[in-house]
Every structure is written in C-alpha cells, then in structure tokens.
Design a protein around this ligand. Structure first.
Ligand code: ADP
Ligand code: MG
Length: 697
C-alpha cells in the first residue's frame, strides 16, 4: 500500500544534520519534509549482514557476507564481464564477477587485497560466485566490525542512496532518543496487556532491528514493534472517523415522528410482501429518522435484495411529515430508472416526483429548481446535479445515495454540507450493492451505522454461471436463440476494451450487428454510453416491455437496471473485469422466478488472477464472499475505487495484512473516546494529519 505523509510545507523546519538544500529536495520527492516523516519512512526489506560466512558453508540462492583475499584477477574478453576476481578464505574459493569498475575501486582488485562482499550466492561456470557484489576494501592489519543490526532497505529515489538514507535515519533516530519527538500517547494500561513496546522503542526497532530477529519474521510484519505501529495508526484513523460521526450526530435534524399514513398506503399497494430482512432494516431506519439528529446509515444488500423499496419507505416518512426527500444515483441511466419506478409508486399517492440531471435542458431545469424551492416537488430523483450550487430546497429532510461505493468519506461530508439547510442537516441514507468486507467497513465506513439486507426476495432461483472460451461462441449464440424463443430475454455485455469510450461503443455496435446477422428472427437492441439519455431511456423501455430480445450493452448497465424477464447474460471478455463488476453485471439477471444463467466468455491466454476470478464467479453467488475475495485479490484501494485510495493510504498499515488487529482496535478506540479523550487530538494529528478530509464535519 502506498505510504502517505503529512504535508508539512514549512521545509525550513527540517533541522537535521546531513540535510542540506540538495538532500532536502531529494527527500521531498519521497514526501519527506520533517524528521517525523523521515522516521515514518519505513524499510520495505532487510538484509542480514551481521555474520561473516565461510565460503564452504554458503548456500546457493542466499544473500551472504564473505570476507577473503583476492588471489587472481582476469579480464575475460568475451561477454559482459569486465573483471573476474578469485576470492579465497580459510575454507574455500569463490569468484566475484564485475561488469564495470570505477577508477577509484582499482585498489580493491589487486592480488593480496582483502575484501568484504555482500551479495547473492550463485552457481556459475567456475563454481560459487557473486555477481557484482557490494564490497568494502579492508586495509592491511585492520578489522572492521560486522553490523550490529539488520540492514534496512528503504524506498529510495534518484540521488538518495541506501547508504545516505541509513545515515540520515541514524541521525533522526538520535534526535528522537534525545528529545520530545514521538511522545507516547497511548496509556500504559492499554499498551501493557498487548505487550506492546513504547512508540520510540518501536520506531527504533523497525529502523534498526537487532541481529537476532529473523528477517522472514520482519517481512511478515509480525514483530510486536511493527504491530504496535500499525495498531496506533489504524486506531488513529478509526478514532478520527468516529469523531467525525459524533460531531455530525450532535447536529440538529428534523425528527420525522408524525404518523406514517403514506408509508402504510404504499406498503398496502406493493405487489409483494417485504422480506424479513427488509422489514428489519426499514425499522432501523424508521427509528433513526424519528430522532432529532441526522441519521447516517449505510444499507448493504446484495444485488437484487430490494434496496429501492427501503429507500422509498424512508423517503415517504419524510413526505408524510411534510418534508422533501432526494435520491441521488451515480449514473444518468440509473437515475432515470429510479425516476420511472418512483413515479409509478408515488404519483398514485398524490406525491409529486421531480427529476434532475446534467442532461436536463435549461428551461426544464429552471422549472425543477422552482418546484424544489417552492416545495411543489416532494421527491426528487437525480444525479450529482441535485447538489449543484444553484439548487435550493424548500425543506429537504432526507438524502438517499444509491450505490454508495463510489463515494468516499470526503464526498459524504461534502454532500452533507451541501444538503445543509438553514437550521438543520438532512438525514442521510447510503445504499450499496457492493457488500463491504468487514475489514473495510470498520475502517472506512466507521462514520456510518450499518444495516444489512441479508436475504433475497423469495422465489428467486440461483444464477448458474459457466465459463466458456470465446472459441465456442457459436454454442453460446445458439443458447441465446433457445432462450429468446422461450420468451426470455438476454443481455450481451461488451466490457471496456479500449481506454476510449468512443472505441468501446464502436465495439458494442459491431457486436450487435454481428449478433443480429446470426439471429435474424430476434430483435437485437444496443445501448452504450455515447447515446443521449433519451435514446438510452427508449432502448431500456423497449427492453423492459419485451420488444427487444437481446440487448447488447457496454458496462453502462452495470448498476441497478431491473428487467425481471431477462434470464440470460453473456459477458464478453470477462477476463478483463474485476470481481465486483462481474458480480454487479451478473446481478442484472436472476430477478424473476425462472432459472437464470450467466455465461462468462473469455479469451486466451488467461492470467492466474483472471482464472482465479472466473473460478470465484462460477463457484459462488454470494456477494459478501465475492467482496472478500476481491479485497484479497486486489487490495482495498482498488475495491473502493480510485477516488478513495487517498483516504485509504496508510504510513505503515495494510488493511488486509493487518486485519487481525481490527477487533482489538475497535475496542481500544471506544475506551479512548470514553476515558482518554485528551489524546484524541494529538493522535489524529500524528497519523491522519490536520488539514484533511477527516478533520472536517
Ligand atoms: P437492489 O437491491 O439491487 O437495488 P431492487 O430494489 O432493484 O434491488 O429490487 C430488485 C427487484 O426485486 C425489483 O424488481 C423489486 O421490485 C423486487 N423486490 C424487492 N423486494 C421484494 C420482495 N420483498 N418480494 C418480491 N420482490 C421484491
Ligand atoms: Mg438498486
């Protein structure tokens, strides 16, 4: 995981021996602006140079330090080797092979010279050898001590050698031992039961591990010192999120307590009964909305678990109380679909539903603005356009954000700010179909309360997924014909192939033409990102009315599209897509009572990772399991989308590697908030920084 540093701009405060203007410039390239930053610049590897080994005992493939006398030198005239040097110690002989030799090194390559070398031991044509080892010339009759510590290897940059970084960190460690840096913040009562060392001890340790420590142990990040650093960092992040949540939840919001007439009416008219999970989640939301502080709740539910109804119920509670409610979707297509659904559901109840997106024409937009300002529209569905500068709401009490995984902490905070009315904040409900693995939820969504819809509506048959080579495309086309002749409908998804939207649309267009040629008696439709929203809406409408049998699409249909009669999905080039995207796409089928199928078409050759993903998809339909595997395969930054990566970059922690620590961190965070609130601020400042997204409410 990438390492994040405080952005201390005042570079003159560096004040470390050995750091002049030039070095400071190089350090800045590593985001190091202070002694603290330098000490948080942790080694990524370590070498053991603490023992001198006998040549006879060397193991091929190991890195080792040897010391010996140069016996013979030769300069082969073939190959890259400039210099071949025979080195003897009391136990045997080996060769050192050099590709280039600098003039000041000439002394080292004379018979009789004593050298100490460090490199990987290899088996060459003439026996054991080291290729271009690091070496030190030892003057006659002198000895140099071996290293007392394992050698740290730091992330480096041009102009800053490992040697220089070691020298600078040595100086910085000196400063740390002598003065106030890295004061202990965590109380002894919390550290002791975990057997953690102090912060200073931990920092000293990771930069200069004692020679007895196993390098492999260090690399696994399992030492108490390493764990201690990770612990404090994740603790600080968690506390800062909880802090943010607390600050927000002490604000005022309207308590939506009036009797739920519309809600009841709506439920009576629904053609289905809510699942137990839906009932539970709806009840949790209802309680939140009745309080005078803003709700901040995340609803997780796998694709098709029925989140839209939950949103509608919450919005009706606002309308029942005479307030407005907004629903924001991440794409035009999804916003429009929600709009249609909500109009169907709510207009018969006498509620006026409005729509707003970037594509709405200026004249219409004006009318919508007016309706929102005059409280003529009670429910508004749209995209980001809902929170543009010039939109004012008469009395907005609830904001629902669908498919939340695309928004980060910062964006959530911003949204709340925008929704802020004269005296109160709106309640906020966020819904995601990308289940968030527990690890991520704890660290990344700690500012939200969480409800889970862990049950699908009854009568769904699980989707059967098969993985088929593109070479067998003909068979797949035959399957489409069979399915459509039985009255079913099919999606054919062409995922992003080029970086360019235009080329992708071309690819989808071509595919649809080809498929139409093969399937003359079927109606093949096409939808992609380059079409206007009116065109897209027309196609979707035709598809949901069954006029289109086979819909060829780019990944624009990824989220939220709902056509229950579609029971077959083909995903082309499935090997290029990530797990969560595949799962989202697949979730477009399996929405009706008939058995659904998903065919993942792939192109040779498959990478190991792609193979793994396709296997996971074939083996499970469980979104939570898929999300966990996705997290393991790709890492948290990727799973949450690039926008959030910044929020998830830690100095020392790695959410996947260190997930075992999280339960303890959760407990400790609560204790600190309750009993040690004086350390909250310095702790957040040390690890999370001050001018950042967490600090603001
Ligand atoms: P998602 O959670 O993916 O947003 P939707 O809200 O789009 O799911 O719901 C998927 C489909 O299931 C819709 O057609 C919806 O009307 C239907 N549905 C939702 N809840 C139930 C239920 N309790 N019983 C039957 N069908 C339901
Ligand atoms: Mg949805």
């Amino acid at each position: 995981m990438r390492v994040k540093k405080t952005n201390t701009t005042d570079k003159s405060t560096f004040g470390l021996r050995g750091v002049g203007k030039q070095i400071a410039k190089h350090l800045a390239r590593l985001d190091i602006f202070s002694i603290d930053d330098l000490l948080f610049h942790l080694p990524t590897r370590y070498q053991d140079r603490t023992k001198i080994q006998l040549i006879r005992q060397l193991i091929i493939g190991d890195h080792a330090v040897v010391e010996g006398t140069v016996k013979a030198i030769s300069a082969p005239n073939r190959g890259r080797t400039k210099l071949l040097c025979e080195l003897h110690d009391e136990s045997g002989v080996m060769h050192l092979r050099f590709f280039h030799v600098l003039s000041f090194q000439k002394d080292a390559f004379k018979p009789g010279a004593r050298l100490r070398c460090y490199s990987e031991v290899r088996l060459g044509a003439t026996g054991l050898e080291m290729i271009h080892p690091e070496f030190q010339l030892i003057e006659p009759h002198k000895t140099i001590p071996v290293d007392q510590h394992l050698t740290p290897i730091y992330p480096a940059t041009e102009g800053l050698s490992q040697y220089m970084l070691r020298k600078l960190t040595t100086n910085a460690l000196d400063v740390m031992t002598k003065n106030e840096l890295f004061q202990e913040l965590l109380p002894q009562t919390l550290l002791q039961p975990l057997s953690f060392p102090t912060l200073k001890e931990a920092i000293q340790f990771v930069h200069r591990p004692p020679r007895e420590i196993e390098v492999t142990h260090l690399l696994a990040n399992k030492t108490l010192s390493q764990q201690r650093l990770v612990f404090e960092e994740l603790l600080a992040h968690r506390i800062s999120l909880l802090n943010l949540k607390h600050a927000f939840q002490t604000q005022a919001a309207v308590a939506l307590t009036k009797e739920n007439k519309l809600t009841k009416l709506f439920q009576q008219r629904l053609p289905f009964k809510l699942t137990n999970a839906q009932e539970r989640v709806a009840a949790e939301i209802k309680v939140d909305l009745e309080r005078g502080h803003p709700m901040l709740r995340l609803v997780q539910g796998d694709v098709g678990s029925g989140k839209t109804v939950i949103a509608a119920l919450a919005m009706l509670q606002a309308v029942d109380n005479g307030y407005q409610a907004a629903l924001m979707a991440p794409t035009e297509l999804l916003a429009e679909q929600h709009y249609r659904v909500f109009k169907n559901w709510l207009e018969p109840l006498g509620i006026s539903v409005a729509f707003l997106s970037g594509n709405v024409k200026a004249s219409e937009r004006k009318a919508v603005y007016q309706a929102l300002a005059d409280n003529e529209a009670q429910v508004i569905i749209g995209t980001h356009a809902l929170f543009q500068e010039d939109v004012t709401y008469a009395n907005l009490a609830l904001v629902v954000v669908d498919e939340q995984h695309r928004f980060g902490v910062h964006q959530r905070a911003l949204l709340r700010e925008k929704g802020m009315q004269a005296k109160y904040y709106p309640h906020q409900l966020v819904m995601t179909a990308t289940p968030i693995p527990r690890t991520l939820a704890m660290s990344f969504y700690a500012d939200l309360d969480c409800s889970t819809i862990d049950e699908l509506p009854p009568g769904r048959t699980p989707i059967v997924t098969s993985v088929i080579a593109n070479a067998k495309r003909d068979e797949v086309i035959k399957r489409i014909r069979d399915a459509c002749q039985q009255g079913r409908q099919t999606y054919w998804v062409c995922p992003l192939i080029e970086e360019s939207d235009a080329l992708d649309c071309q690819a989808a267009t071509k595919t649809s033409e080809e498929l139409q040629k093969c399937l003359r008696d079927l109606h093949v439709g096409l939808i992609h990102g380059r079409m206007t929203s009116a065109e897209k809406a027309d196609v979707m409408q035709a598809f949901s009315q069954g006029k289109i049998h086979l819909l060829v699409a780019t990944t624009v249909i990824e989220v939220g599209v709902d056509v229950p009669n579609a029971s077959l999905m083909i995903i082309e080039n499935a090997e290029r897509l990530g797990l969560s995207q595949l799962h989202q796409l697949r979730g477009r089928v399996g929405r009706g009572a008939v058995a659904s199928h998903c065919v993942l078409l792939y192109q040779y050759p498959l990478s190991d990772l792609a193979k793994e993903r396709l296997t996971v998809m074939r083996e499970t339909n469980d979104g939570f399991q898929i999300a966990q595997r996705d997290l393991e395969l790709r890492g948290p930054g990727e799973v949450l989308g690039t926008r959030q990566t910044g929020e998830l970059s830690f100095r020392v922690a790695d959410l996947i590697r260190d997930s075992e620590l999280l339960p303890q961190i959760q407990k400790t965070a609560e204790i600190i908030i309750k009993d040690h609130s004086q350390i909250i601020e310095p702790l957040i400042k040390r690890w999370v920084g001050d001018g950042n997204e967490y600090g603001k409410v």
